[in-house]
Design a protein around this ligand. Sequence first.
Ligand code: IVH
Length: 679
Amino acid sequence: MQHMDEKSLRHRLEELRQQIREHNYRYYVLNAPLVSDAEYDALMRELREIEAAHPDWVTPDSPTQRAGAPPAEGFAKVRHPAPILSLANAFSEQEVRAWYARLLKLDSRVAESGFVVEPKIDGLTVVLHYREGRLTQAATRGDGEVGEDITANVRTIKAVPLRIPLTAEGLLPPPSLVVRGEAFMFVHDFAALNEALRQAGERTYLNPRNTAAGSLRQLDPRVTAARPLTVLTYQIVHAAGGEVPATQWETLTYLRALGFPVAEMARRFASLDEALQYALSWAERRETLPYEIDGIVIKLDDLRLAADLGFVGKDPRGAIALKFPAQEVTTTLEDIRVNVGRTGVLTPYAVLQPVEIGGVRVERATLHNFDYIAEKDIRIGDRVLVKRAGEVIPYVIGPVTAARSGAERPFVPPETCPSCGQPVEHFPGEVAWYCVNAACPAQRIRRLEHFVSRGAMDIRGLGIKIVEQLVQAGLVEDVADLYFLQKEDLLGLEGFAEKKADNLLSAIAASRQQPLPRLLNGLGIRGVGETMAAELAAHYPSLDALMTATREELEALEGVGPQIAAAIVDWFSREHNRRLLDKLKAAGVWPQASPPAAVAAARPLEGLTFVITGTLPTMSRAEAKAFIQERGGRVSGSVSRQTDFLVVGEKPGAKLAKARALGVRILDEDGLRALADRR
Ligand code: IVH
């Protein structure tokens, strides 16, 4: 860059910002990236370098400015340009029909309006202000009249455009534009965040909504930046100096065209019957959405009519939320028991009087950790509020203190391990309590369970029951013992005949061929899961090499922080782990890393199912099929919930509509190639 004159450097700066904006948009809004993470990082690095050399060129809408500003003292108040209204609720189809009947009586034009059906996202309202296309302010809903200024935090959300239009050809927004949306976390991002915290021994979060709320109201935007927040927009609150659409459906289309993320499942219908049918269909498949919803919103499409109808209190008449059966119910907490994990962490769980939550019978729920029980004052015998949603494990929200009889008993955390009876320990700075006895049977069972699991050595037919049998019979103490099992050992166990014993032994023997990352993951080193194991194996061709790695070397790797580096070195330095490795080597379980990129690149589409529709620009149907299959993907003839991607060409068939209805991700030929390159 030192060779460039100031003018070309300026030009390059703008070009980089433009490209990064587009990549952000493709990645966070369209879910269809064009470049690899590494290419993206290189662009960001170049931009940072230019900005570092010319600090006066930094503008608030530069993509580098999402990292999070320094902490604020408090939040300033923001008056909304128009009231930020709420929504009336309906709890059944009948109540929605009654709402419509009332509207028809108020205004006969209602009969001509169509309806827009949208998800009622369980998040927090954000009000986004744009001046001349630049994000100037973002506020919470507050009381609907005045909210709080959370601009610095919202800037860190990559799905929120900092600047419109995104590209030179993009649609120009009105000079003053205020857009409303919902900020939330995808369920999978939430789960990953919690997993990372769990691995680091830190406190985990309760649910995506509370985590999103807490993240947005952070005084330190750097904390917000580290949380995987996103938004979906659905309303233009105010616009001046330009025309905006007069219907809800066009509003969604318009917002999308400006570069805002909009819910893909939203649909327009001519009649209430169709709208209701679609809305109700989501009650059973709400879990197929990547975010949590607490209902479906049905809106009159004609926004002028909706405005004329006015509101009742804070609820506009022109829209209604059809709420789904609660995913929270109360039941009795019969007992609190403690589970011992493979790292020795003690996790309390609730034994509940069985209840149905959202159609599923629940009798166990997590209580997170001992501090949580104390903070919430949860007692044995309490009526408790329990929540189950999506991929989140059912958990106890808290006690219903008003229902107490006085017979409830406070819970006393155990001082000894419930499995082996050894004293439990606590490390400074961590919430968790540990059983540190490596010979603890519960830990042995969990470690073995992890070792044989799908993401690790994948030993089929070796389920939890057999693992328990093997440990209890004293046949297996550590994972290496599996490879020394004899047929006679197994025949002595209940339920084992010749055939079952043979099958198990050959499955165990076959796992010797598993590649290094699987073994590394299986060892259960703190902080080393599937992703980290792959990263380590890419740099260290064998366990022999990894065993001698220093903390400094490890810290230089992608994603390896000081804690994980220390945990790895510590693991390999321990005498009993060394002995375990010797045993594994003696058993012939000593894989060498395969050439890193080759394996990954050979099967980048592994585990994904594709359906193809329409004529693709350069590939024939057979070529596209071969392209996917050669890279490890599966091609199926029809769209279902199992479909990961629909590849769409010219003149797509009915598959496209079905894919949209099921929320299946859609790609074109370029998108398919990009996906294969990215992974
Ligand atoms: S429309 C006039 N649409 O639900 C506009 N709200 O219980 C009134 N919400 O405060 C709101 N998804 O935060 C609307 N697609 C959606 C929504 C939605 C979630 C939230 C919103 C509102 C609350 C009302």
